[in-house]
Design a protein around this ligand. Structure first.
Ligand SMILES: NC(=O)c1ccc[n+]([C@@H]2O[C@H](COP(=O)([O-])OP(=O)(O)OC[C@H]3O[C@@H](n4cnc5c(N)ncnc54)[C@H](OP(=O)(O)O)[C@@H]3O)[C@@H](O)[C@H]2O)c1
Length: 333
C-alpha cells in the first residue's frame, strides 16, 4: 500500500509518500481499499500538531474516506467483501488501504460515486446538525453563513434551501460569491480578508441592509476571528448564532451583545453529538441520504487531487483558495 505520511510536525511540504505493507484487519475491523478521501480543515491542523487530536507519528492525514471492503477481521458481521463503505477515520485516509473499526463504517448506495461519498458525512452531518438540531431553522428565516464557499458552508447553503430559508452567503472573493449563488444562495456579501475595525463596521452595515428588519435570524459562523462580532451585532431578536469553526482564530465576544440582541450563542460540536445521540445521528444520516437521492444536495467538488498530489490539496484548503469540497482519489489503489 501507499500512504502520505506526516513524519514531523509541519505544513503539507513535510508529508512523505511511502510504501508500506498492507494492513491486516484486527478483531472487529474491516480492511478498506480507499477510493477517495475528502479533505477537511482539521487535516491541515493535525499535521502541524495544532488539532485537539494528535495521532502518534508517522500517520497519514485524511479523516474521511470512501472505498471497498477487501478483507474482514474476526468477529465482524454485516459486511461482505466488495461492500462500498464510507467512514470518518480521524486520520489515515490519505492512503490506498486502511483498516477501520467495522462499527464506524456506513454502507452507501451504488448510485453514489466514491468521490461524493468521501465528501458527504463530515460537512452535511455538521451543517444538518447545526441548522436542524441546534438552530431549529424554520422556513422563511434568514440565515447568514460566514465562509459560505467552504466545505461546511456550501453544505449549509444547500441544506438551508431545502428548509425554505433565505441564505446570505458571506465570503472573501467575488469568485466565491458567484460559486455560492450557483449553489442557491439568495444574496452574497464579499468581506475583506483583513477584517479591521473599519471592515467590521462595513460588514455589519452590509448584513443589516441585506437582512432588513432587525437583522438575520441565524448566523452560521464557520470562520470566527474578527468576522464574528460584526455578524453577532447583525443578529435579530431571538436569533441563534451558531459557533461552528475558527479558521480565522477564536474570537472574544462582549457578553452585552447577546443580552442586547435577545439572541442565543449556540455551540455546535457535531463529533461529540454523534456519540451522545447515536439514534439522532443515524436519523440525520438517513435523512441526508434521502436528500441526496432526491438530488436536493450534492457535494460541491471543485478539484480532485491524486494521492501523490495530496499535499497540494491541503495547501489549497489552508490558503483559502478552495471552492466547496476538494477530494483526493487513489486511482493507483
Ligand atoms: N463544530 C463542528 O462540529 C465542526 C465540524 C466540522 C468542521 N468544523 C470547523 O469548521 C471550519 C470550516 O471547515 P471546512 O472544512 O468547511 O473548511 P474550509 O472548506 O477550508 O472552509 C473554511 C472557510 O473559512 C474561511 N477562512 C477565513 N479565514 C481563514 C483562514 N485564515 N484560513 C482558512 N480559511 C479561512 C474561508 O472562506 P473565505 O475565504 O470566504 O473567508 C474558507 O472557505 C473549520 O474550522 C472546521 O474545523 C467544525
Amino acid at each position: 500500500m501507499q500512504a502520505l505520511l506526516s513524519v514531523a510536525p509541519g505544513g503539507p511540504e513535510t508529508l512523505e509518500l511511502t510504501a508500506l505493507p498492507d494492513p491486516v484487519p484486527g478483531k472487529g475491523e474491516i480492511l478498506v481499499a480507499v477510493k477517495a478521501a475528502g479533505v477537511n480543515f482539521p487535516d491541515t491542523l493535525m499535521i502541524q500538531d495544532l488539532y485537539q487530536i494528535k495521532p502518534p507519528r508517522p500517520f497519514a492525514p485524511g479523516g474521511e474516506i470512501a472505498g471497498e471492503v477487501t478483507a474482514i477481521g474476526e468477529g465482524v458481521s454485516g459486511f461482505e467483501i466488495g461492500d462500498r463503505v464510507l467512514a470518518l477515520t480521524g486520520h489515515g485516509g490519505f492512503a490506498t488501504h486502511l483498516a477501520i473499526k467495522a462499527a464506524t463504517a456506513v454502507k452507501f448506495p451504488n448510485t453514489m460515486p466514491f468521490e461524493d461519498a468521501a465528501c458527504f458525512i463530515f460537512t452535511y452531518g455538521t451543517s444538518y446538525h447545526a441548522l436542524k438540531d441546534r438552530a431549529a431553522i424554520q422556513s422563511g428565516e434568514t440565515l447568514l453563513i460566514l465562509g459560505a464557499a467552504g466545505g461546511v458552508g456550501t453544505a449549509a447553503i444547500e441544506l438551508a434551501k431545502t428548509k425554505g430559508a433565505r441564505v446570505i452567503a458571506a465570503v472573501s472573493t467575488p469568485e466565491k460569491a458567484d460559486f455560492c449563488r450557483q449553489i442557491g444562495a439568495d444574496d452574497t456579501i464579499v468581506y475583506t480578508r483583513d477584517m479591521d475595525k473599519a471592515g467590521q463596521k462595513a460588514f455589519s452595515a452590509e448584513i443589516k441592509a441585506l437582512a432588513g428588519g432587525e437583522g438575520v435570524d441565524i448566523v452560521y459562523d464557520a470562520v470566527g476571528g474578527s468576522y464574528a462580532e460584526p455578524a453577532l451585532r447583525s443578529t435579530a431578536w431571538n436569533g441563534r448564532y451558531l459557533v461552528v469553526g475558527f479558521p480565522a482564530g477564536i474570537p472574544k465576544i462582549p457578553l452585552n451583545l447577546p443580552l442586547l440582541k435577545g439572541c442565543q450563542i449556540v455551540g455546535v460540536f457535531w463529533g461529540a453529538s454523534v456519540f451522545r445521540d447515536p439514534a439522532g445521528h443515524a436519523k440525520n444520516i438517513s435523512e441526508l441520504f434521502g436528500l441526496y437521492a432526491k438530488g436536493k444536495i450534492k457535494p460541491q467538488i471543485s478539484k480532485t487531487f491524486s494521492l501523490a498530489q495530496a499535499a497540494q490539496a491541503l495547501t489549497h484548503l489552508a490558503d483559502r483558495s478552495a471552492l466547496g469540497k476538494i477530494v483526493v482519489t487513489m486511482d493507483d489503489g
